[in-house]
Design a binder for this molecule. Structure first.
Ligand SMILES: Nc1ncnc2c1ncn2[C@@H]1O[C@H](COP(=O)(O)OP(=O)(O)OP(=O)(O)O)[C@@H](O)[C@H]1O
Ligand SMILES: [Mg+2]
Length: 223
């Protein structure tokens, strides 16, 4: 099992009160799954994804990632694990505006101490894979939304993570461009075996996944 989550809870302090957002989530994800998370707005999807992606910690509950209890890892171990094993793709692409596509894609490798030349070679390979090699030296403002998202996917995958997580990665794109982005996730899942977890509001995207997890009011309804 890649991910095993038991009775995960997450509360946030709002003013003086603790508001419980995740109310006992259980979820198992196998290596190589292509999974989508759907559910009502405010139901806790992004909160759960942030915890799975090690960007946030649960208030209580158990989270095993590749059999390791992540609640026992130090901050340094968490960042290292996140950098090596998890790639993120967001609705608004989140590329650094002052860097070229090539340097955006190479960024995760900077933190691993990979040399500039090796970074650029590897980034170029990935840009080629997502059909963006001819835009390598463009900055994000010179690219369309769909092109920026291709670059973001290349960046998410450059370090060969075991999981790619997308928080509404097609949410800001029209249907056709969204489908092209979805095709890339499907391709990476099939050809590279990477586990893909996508939050989406689009049933057309969800039905192309092997499994749909539904969240409502802070719990997973069907997994
Ligand atoms: N840091 C925080 N502090 C306080 N409340 C928070 C925080 N993060 C999230 N919340 C609350 O948690 C609830 C769930 O938010 P979350 O972003 O997980 O929902 P979501 O399912 O991703 O919704 P959407 O589909 O609209 O993106 C919301 O009511 C939100 O206001
Ligand atoms: Mg969300």
């Amino acid at each position: 099992m890649l991910i095993s989550i038991r009775d995960i809870r997450r509360s946030f302090k709002v003013g003086e009160v603790d508001v419980e957002i995740l109310k006992g989530v259980n979820l198992d994800v196998d290596k190589g799954e292509l999974l989508s998370i759907m559910g009502t707005s405010g139901g806790g999807k992004s909160t759960l994804m942030n915890i799975i992606g090690l960007l946030d910690a649960p208030t209580s509950g158990q989270y095993l990632l590749e059999g390791r209890d992540v609640t026992k890892l130090t901050d340094a171990e968490l960042s290292d694990y996140r950098n090596r094993q998890i790639g993120f793709v967001f609705q608004q692409f989140n590329l650094l505006q002052r860097l070229t596509a090539l340097d955006n894609v190479g960024l995760p490798l900077v933190y691993r101490g990979v040399s500039t030349q090796e970074r650029r070679e590897r980034a170029m390979e990935l840009l080629d894979k997502v059909g963006m090699a001819d835009r390598a030296h463009h900055k994000p403002t010179e690219l369309s939304g769909g092109q920026q998202q291709r670059v973001a996917i290349a960046r998410a995958f450059v370090g060969r993570p075991s999981i790619i997580m997308g928080d509404e990665p097609t949410g800001a794109l029209d249907t056709q461009v969204g489908q092209e982005i979805m095709n890339l996730f499907i391709q990476l899942n099939k050809e590279e075996g990477v586990t893909v977890m996508l939050i989406t509001h689009d049933p057309g995207i969800a039905k192309q996944c092997n499994r749909v997890v539904r969240m409502k009011d802070g719990v997973v309804q069907e997994a």
